[in-house]
Unconditional design. Sequence first.
Length: 226
Amino acid sequence: MPDPEIAIRAFNGLRSHLPLLVALAANSPLWFGRDSGLASARFSLVRSYPRRSVPRAFRDLDDYADTIRAVAAAGDLSDYTYVWWDVRLHPRLGTIELRELDSQSRIADSAAIAALVQALARYEAENPREPEASEAISESSFRASRDGIEATLLDEGELRPVREIAKRTLERVGPFARELGGDRALEGIERMLADGGGAGRQRHALEAGGIEGVLRQLVRETEGAG
């Protein structure tokens, strides 16, 4: 981020996209070899840790820093890196971190999500808007973790399918992705929407070949053959 003002604008705007990103990245549907009923079981597991939540929007960097100091004091934390919000600023690195997304088993999927986040950050920094309530974002994020790409999420006051939200988002940020050199990588989002993402692929593999089939598929994807 080039300066604190831009960082806060991007931070506030990215909060609203957390549910979509959680849905696209959902890639942990299994628990001890069985379908957990969640597209991202990891999402619910990490929610049991402190400071794993959607942060509120902030007026400026001072507001953010004051809140971080208060949280660190209350938790007897050594520094701000122990505040594990779903999205947070990392002032020492000058970056914004999105922490609540599952890892991907295909390199192309990782690149697609990274390109989308980068373009969204640029879009939100240049198009500030009224921030959404953290409570509403949290509810949509849970729906995203449960249903993945098949989820319906709150979008502009209405529940809409993830595929619809994603396609409209891609149209909105496409020009920014091109400017940033991420337009080719961003094309991978369409592939994820078509094949159900990592959670969908794991469930298909489980149905076809059991947990051994899932492991074989993950090896293929990690090696770049999937």
